[in-house]
Design a protein. Structure first.
Length: 219
């Protein structure tokens, strides 16, 4: 079983209101992410909420999703992930870590990441897209070392963490976040190149939200 953990516990101080309830294309961010996961066939979906949990649950109706509340969301992303992992089914073979402020990720991208995992079940799966600068500088005559250099790509979410690395998520320092897990010397990582810029599009401030709504983002 693959379990999705949707991180939605942040205080959204810079946004000024819960990002989970921001609307895009007629649905709230949280519902948009959950709907995409349902379309991708993810059976278990866990939304991790924080201090705004009551407000979010008043404005969002789960459709089979579990909810878990992080009692200390100020401790950061890794603390919310731990809350979600503790709520996941014991039968979970891997955990897809999703961010609530990335509603523009297409359902097909979730499907592609899940499909890629079938050949890399002992690796952390991380999607990546070409950096805009790299796209403009690389030509057909560029050497392969340039075309496939890690510096030419930017990693994003969602990532998939196999259950064999679950315990690492409880061992790392909270201030180091997920970076500590994904860069731990004991883990294997498999990068998947995708064409969906939504994997690196974070909505943190009102200006980001306005650009998403009116900037003509296309998935």
């Amino acid at each position: 079983m693959l379990s999705a953990v949707i991180l939605a516990a942040g205080d959204s101080k810079r946004m000024g209101r819960p990002k989970a309830l921001l609307e895009w294309r007629g649905r709230g961010f949280l519902e948009t992410v959950c709907a995409a996961l349902r379309l991708a066939g993810v059976e278990e979906r866990i939304a991790v909420l924080g201090r705004a949990s009551e407000e979010i649950l008043a404005g969002w109706s789960p459709a089979g999703e579990k909810t878990a509340v992080n009692p200390r969301p100020e401790e950061g992303q890794l603390s919310s992930l731990r809350t979600g992992l503790e709520a996941a089914a014991q039968a979970s073979e891997a955990f897809m870590v999703c961010l609530v402020d990335q509603p523009a990720i297409a359902p097909r991208t979730y499907k592609d990441i899940i499909a890629f995992r079938s050949a890399h079940k002992d690796s952390i799966i991380i999607p990546r897209v070409p950096r805009p600068a790299a796209q403009s500088q690389v030509t057909a005559d560029s050497p392969l070392s340039t075309l496939h250099s890690p510096l030419s790509f930017k990693r994003g979410h969602p990532i998939i963490i196999p259950a064999i690395y679950r315990q690492l998520c409880f061992e790392g320092p909270l201030e180091a976040g997920l970076h500590w897990v994904t860069h731990h010397p004991s883990v294997k990582v498999a990068d998947l190149e995708v064409e969906d810029a939504g994997i690196i599009l974070d909505i943190d401030i009102p200006e980001d939200y306005e650009e998403l709504r009116f900037g003509g983002f296309k998935d």
